[in-house]
Design a protein around this ligand. Structure first.
Ligand code: SF4
Ligand code: SF4
Length: 215
């Protein structure tokens, strides 16, 4: 699973940098590289675009995994060039941005929007697979997540808008509940559909979420 990101509009990036003339750029070698939003080539392109609007890039790096604790060492190793900058522009997911922000007192700005946790289901195409709802129902839905596969996140069967088995919101894809039904049928588990699923317990998604493993 990867964190899926998109690049913010360049105008928004320029606005967040504001008066800062000297900028240090940080990319990520994992998810943002895979999404082509914050790998080496995107970082270098961003450097050129910042040059064009009169910003000076004091340095740049692509941290192997920006959300990892090794980010601290990367920031320390590049302290001189970072020290010359008035702001850091971080081309990673929001987790990476927050990690970088922990290790510097400079203003840190995100260059990307963090969209969802997903998987690559076709080359360069990513799909959301789980919203971490805190109460997984996959055991009752044949391993298909109704919260991400159904655009309405319905927990107890289809909305009635589906046509010829296809979703009314996205007619190019099969209705998630038709998929769930067919899979349960193949597994001889259709009786699972007669059990009403309770309303989602949104307290499980109250922020910030914490968990102790007891290790
Ligand atoms: S039901 Fe869906 S969103 Fe909830 S934990 Fe399971 S896969 Fe994730
Ligand atoms: S047609 Fe199916 S997948 Fe589409 S919104 Fe309705 S229940 Fe969800």
């Amino acid at each position: 699973m990867k964190t899926i990101t998109e690049q913010k509009p360049f105008e928004e990036i320029g606005e967040s940098l504001g008066e800062a003339k000297r900028v240090y750029l940080i990319g990520c070698g994992t998810c943002a590289t895979m999404c082509a939003t914050g790998g080496k080539s995107e970082v270098l392109k961003m450097k050129d675009r910042l040059d064009e609007i009169g910003k000076r890039v004091t340095g740049w790096m692509v941290i192997p995994t920006a959300c990892d604790d090794l980010t601290r060492e990367a920031v320390t190793e590049n302290a001189e060039a970072i020290g010359q900058a008035e702001a850091l522009l971080v081309m990673t997911c929001a987790f990476g941005v927050q990690t970088v922000a922990r290790y510097t007192d400079k203003p840190v700005y995100p260059a990307l929007n963090t969209l969802f946790i997903g998987k690559e289901d076709a080359p360069a195409h990513f799909s959301e697979v789980c919203i971490q709802c805190g109460n997984c129902v996959l055991g009752r839905t044949a391993g298909i997540c109704p919260l991400t596969a159904c655009p309405k996140g319905l927990l107890n069967g289809p909305c009635g808008g589906y046509k010829h088995g296809m979703c009314e919101v996205d007619p190019n894809r099969e209705c998630a509940w038709v998929e769930i039904y067919n899979r349960l049928k193949r597994m001889d588990q259709l009786e699972k559909l007669s059990v009403l699923q309770p309303l989602k317990d949104h307290s499980k998604m109250a922020h910030p979420r914490h968990m102790s493993t007891g290790r």
